[in-house]
Design a protein around this ligand. Structure first.
Ligand code: MEV
Length: 351
């Protein structure tokens, strides 16, 4: 019988502690109700045929040939997509780590997660691709192993990555990363607004788009440079961020959304201090604040003005949520109402 496996994983938002988590500080992330799905099925012949569909802003199709890794057929827009880099690395990792060989599979990726937006599209791509391929080739579906595999792939592609994104894509719910340890927390769901500024536009030159495709890597490097220049100051900023995450967990446990929101603004200020808040994202936070949001902040890697200010903000609305959504829309953001605490990796066979 023909084999077919479907793996789906959630997008993530980092509520507190992005960037600081790369240096071992605490960060809290949660899964939201936007998903990425990978379907792996039989295909005649060797190699991996990959179809990427529905990712907001583009779609593409390509072949990844067995034994032709060095001459991988990147061309034109293909090379500009980080999704491709993560799929390709996931395949290579599985071949090396678990001895998969030959391919002969079709990999179809469909996503509701905007790319390069700080919403975990890379981690989602890695976790779902790895989980689907492992299930297809009869390897263990142990979640911890899948999370670790996906984290290794992120590390290879990005150079530096904390375990937070891959943990959320795998487990869903809420995850606290504390001194690089992943802990799952049973916290209540929240209704939030996400505002995303642009993604890769099809009119953008391939080289430029390619840089944005690996934006997280670039932004993490910029933070490292600034830290090296102001090491002592960064020590204080990092400690403050660490405390903010701890207080935020207390606030959500006590259902104290006012304090939770205030801590979001504080976290945002620290992200600005380390240089990851471009003007366009700053404006989204400020307009939300002016309209009475309980909290607002950049989420994920943030961005750089020179990279078009691409990225996302997270808003904890008060009763003026509708006005905040309109304002974000007018400011040019893709606006999504999301629920937190959504479920993690789901695998189905033979559907
Ligand atoms: C990216 O979603 C979050 C960062 O903290 C990087 C990481 O944790 O690997 C910026």
């Amino acid at each position: 019988m023909a084999k077919k496996i479907r793996a789906s994983v959630p997008a993530k938002v980092i509520l507190f502690g992005e960037h600081f988590v790369v240096y071992g500080k605490r960060a809290l992330a949660t899964a939201i109700n936007r998903r990425l799905t990978v379907v792996v099925s039989d295909r005649e012949g060797d190699g991996y045929h990959v179809k990427i569909d529905n990712i907001p802003t583009f779609g593409l199709e390509l072949d990844i040939s067995v034994g032709a890794r060095k001459a991988y057929p990147y061309k034109d827009y293909d090379s500009a997509t980080k999704a491709v880099a993560y799929v390709k690395e996931s395949i290579e990792y599985l071949e090396e780590r678990y001895g998969l060989s030959g391919g002969g599979v079709e990999i179809e990726i469909k996503s509701e997660i905007p790319l390069s937006a700080g919403l975990g599209s890379s981690a989602a791509t890695c976790v779902a691709t790895i989980a689907a391929l492992k299930a297809y080739f009869g390897l263990s579906g142990d979640l911890e192993a899948i999370r670790n595999d996906a984290h290794q792939v992120e590390l290879t592609v990005q150079g530096a990555a904390s375990p937070i994104d891959t943990a959320i894509s795998t487990y869903g719910g809420y995850v606290l990363v504390d001194r690089n340890e992943v802990k799952r927390l049973p916290l209540a769901g929240l209704d939030l607004i996400v505002g995303t500024i642009g993604s890769i536009s099809l009119s953008m030159a391939t080289e430029k788009a390619s840089e944005i495709g690996l934006k997280t890597k670039r932004v993490v490097e910029e933070v490292k440079k600034r830290k090296e220049n102001f090491n002592t100051v960064f020590g204080y900023i990092f400690d403050a961020a660490d405390e903010i995450t701890a207080h935020a967990i207390e606030a959500i446990e006590a259902d104290d959304l006012v304090n939770f929101g205030t801590l979001m603004y504080m976290n945002h200020g620290l992200l600005d201090a380390i240089g990851v808040v471009p003007r366009r994202l700053s404006e989204l936070v400020k307009v939300s604040q002016a309209l009475g949001a309980l909290g607002a902040k950049v989420t994920g890697a943030g961005g750089l003005d020179e990279m078009g200010g691409v990225g996302s903000v997270l808003v904890l609305p008060n009763e003026s949520g509708a006005r905040i959504k309109t304002a974000l829309d007018i400011a040019g953001a893709l606006v999504m109402e999301v629920k937190t605490g959504e479920c993690g990796l789901k695998i189905e066979a033979g559907f």
